[in-house]
Design a protein around this ligand. Sequence first.
Ligand SMILES: *Cc1c(COP(=O)(O)O)cnc(C)c1O
Length: 373
Amino acid sequence: MKPSEPAGDERPLYVGQLNTPEWSEIRAEFDGIFDRRFYTNHGPLVAAFERELAERLGVRHAIGMTNGTVALMVAAKAAGLAGKVVVPAFTFPATVQAMTFAGLTPVFCDVDPETHNIDAATVEAAMEAGVAAIAGVHLWGRLCPVDELRKLADREGAMLLFDAAHAFDCSVGDRVAGGLGVFEIFSFHATKVLNCAEGGCVTTNDDALADAIRTARNFHEQQTFTSVPLRINAKMSEAQAAMGLVSLRNIDRWKAANGNRYGRYRDRLSTIDGIRFIDHADGMESNHQYVVIEVDSGFPIDRTELMRHLQDHGVIARRYFYPGMHKATPYNATSWSLPVTDGLCERVLQLPSGDMISDEDIDRVCALIESAG
Ligand SMILES: *Cc1c(COP(=O)(O)O)cnc(C)c1O
């Protein structure tokens, strides 16, 4: 459905960032592409974007990809992973689907009810023979407990990797998303904080793995001749990189604006009985891409009723994630016991944020929640 034109209070408010640079900035980069007639195949803009990403995230390699899903799929394949991968069911479908496409078998683990992230205890409870990797998701931009996960992964002989699609430019002290797993992936989909329309990257500090990933993403033998199990076209285009480069110039401004929106929501929602505002304030630097609440039994109506109430008033709040991946095809052929995930799938609601959402919009959303029930 195409969003309708803004019309006072009726303008629908969507989840999703839609952070868009000025057209003049994009056009300047696009003019260069058309002047050079170099549209894809590792052009100068992709090279520049990869350099800037690596510098920003403090990693040796950032490898541009056509999207985040394919980035995860190709990196898992290039890393030579085979067998099982422990992964949370409380995540965006792409995390799990990419693993399956890479030939891995997901083994679902539960998450911590406070942080919504995996930790050593939930992963350990899911461990079984044949696990080759542990795939964490830095959910809502909050970093997974990396040290305890790395210890567990080392002990089990499993590779630790992260889906960092939510965590671009998120950190705790000197821990920065992107350099914490053997590899990590990011998404630059239009609804993410950094917008390439479609796009993604893999980050790693492992030179040999970076070489393998660069080879695997390309049909053609080009930069290196590393031997990889399989190749596929996963390249980022120059148009995507152009969007990425200008988006990077705006990222600090977008993060700051997100932080303001997040604070405004938090101030108003954290005093409502039965609403738990998911706070990331514990010493972390966040991109505040997501504004997440849990609707508990102390609230007059349940989460799905609240979602319908908001949607009836043009606030397109979303159930992230519903159902959990353990309840989705083809993974529901097995019955999984994930009580925390099951609870979150019934309680979590995602509120509109990003560049299209003004202070007045936030006040409107909060007033609707306050008056619900
Ligand atoms: C968006 C997202 C992806 C997939 O990214 P695409 O670029 O849309 O393919 C993967 N994992 C998570 C957690 C995401 O939010």
